[in-house]
Unconditional design. Structure first.
Length: 390
């Protein structure tokens, strides 16, 4: 009898398994239908000895010291500030759009103040702003929208930005200075030995048992457990009772180039040309020294593993119907991107998992064997996290 069955060994499931084992001292069986832990953050060495993110680039960034401190229990960090270029009209230009982007694209020499005037002169008056097209056109005008956003978004989502919620392009800022970092968070770093090593340390506890290539539908009836944490697709949990929730998927083409470097930054976007959306070169991210370099070409698709919930009002309404079913179930917690049908960054998933654990601490007595005991007072949010037990 396991105290907890955790479905999914990505960030959400692994954080909760670690907290439950370390803080509550309860037994956890964590399962995953894939052959590895780490979810989409899984990385490993390819046949040429290059460290590759198998499901596309995962760049850790957060403003939350609490989340960074928690993950630091399981990894050392390599400082890394992510930079992205976009291939537009024969140039590689900074994205998010900044002062250098505009000056180089149009052959200008604007100052920051002049760039704000430049944007104002081209922006379209849109009120209210509802769609992803509205967000960009109302800020920088239609030409920059067409060059940097429309084609990329259509490839990524299979929909025109005018058909998508404003949240999609609202995630990408526009700057009037020369800051070419993709993120501006306080903490920006990569796990020094990779994400898979981080997950191995996180799950290295005598009370945590890992079962891979295992499906929840097969396990739940044959392995006794008291409670469930579910991080898979919520519509699948309920056997698609109201129909499937729409997701976008990705296909990855991993290649090795027999050269030391392929591109000047970790990621280059292709908003106008090619079927792929971007090329990632991992040595920029990992700092690995190797005579060759590994790349991933990313192709969005409607088929395959679910990656991105499609942000449209009708999809959110469908999710709410599944959410109401979930709320009616005792002893099952739905956590993570797929279970809550939201696009979360990695730090947000970790934050949600830690908040869920605090909720569990408040609501659920600790189990020791078959004996229930009252929980001790849970430390405040600012308290130090206990490290992993052997």
């Amino acid at each position: 009898m396991f105290d907890w069955l955790v479905v999914g060994a990505g960030f959400a499931g692994s954080v909760l398994a670690e907290r439950i084992a370390n803080v509550r001292g309860e037994s956890v069986l964590i399962i995953d239908r894939r052959g590895h832990t780490g979810g989409n953050a899984f990385d490993d060495y390819n046949a040429d000895g290059l460290l590759v993110h198998r499901y596309g680039p995962h760049i850790f960034h957060t403003n939350a010291e609490r989340i960074f401190s928690y993950l630091s229990r399981f990894t050392e960090w390599r400082p890394y500030e992510h930079r992205v270029l976009a291939a537009v009209e024969g140039q590689l230009l900074p994205i998010p759009i900044n002062l250098d982007t505009v000056n180089r694209l149009y052959g200008l020499s604007l100052s920051s103040d002049e760039l704000e005037d430049f944007f104002r002169a081209r922006a379209e008056a849109i009120d209210p702003i509802r769609t992803s097209e509205d967000v960009v056109v109302a800020r920088v005008g239609r030409d920059l929208y067409e060059k940097f956003f429309r084609g990329y978004t259509r490839k990524q989502w299979g929909l025109d930005p005018s058909q998508l919620d404003k949240s999609v392009t609202s995630r990408v800022p526009v700057r009037t200075n020369r800051d070419d970092r993709y993120f501006t968070d306080r903490f920006q770093a990569m796990p020094r030995n990779g994400y898979s090593a981080l997950f191995r340390r996180m799950l290295a506890h005598r009370k945590i048992h890992v079962l891979l290539q295992a499906d929840y539908r097969d396990v739940r009836a044959v392995i006794p457990h008291r409670r469930v944490i579910y991080t898979g697709p919520i519509d699948e949990y309920f056997s698609y009772r109201y129909g499937p929730l729409p997701y976008r998927s990705l296909r990855f083409e991993h290649v090795t180039k027999r050269r030391a470097q392929f591109q000047p930054v970790g990621v280059v976007n292709y908003p106008l040309d090619h079927d792929y959306t971007r090329i990632t070169e991992y040595k920029h991210l990992t700092g690995q020294h190797h005579p060759w370099t590994a790349l991933t070409y990313e192709y969005p698709s409607d088929q395959g593993e679910p990656y991105y919930p499609v942000p449209r009002a009708e999809n959110q309404a469908l999710y709410k119907r599944y959410e109401s079913l979930a709320r009616a179930i005792d002893d099952v917690w739905f956590v993570g991107r797929l279970a809550t049908y939201r696009y979360y960054n990695m730090d947000q998933v970790v934050g949600q998992a830690l908040a869920t654990f605090e909720d569990i601490q408040e609501r659920v007595p600790v189990s020791i064997g078959d004996v229930k005991v009252a929980k001790t007072a849970f430390a405040s949010r600012s308290a130090q996290f206990p490290g992993p037990a052997g």
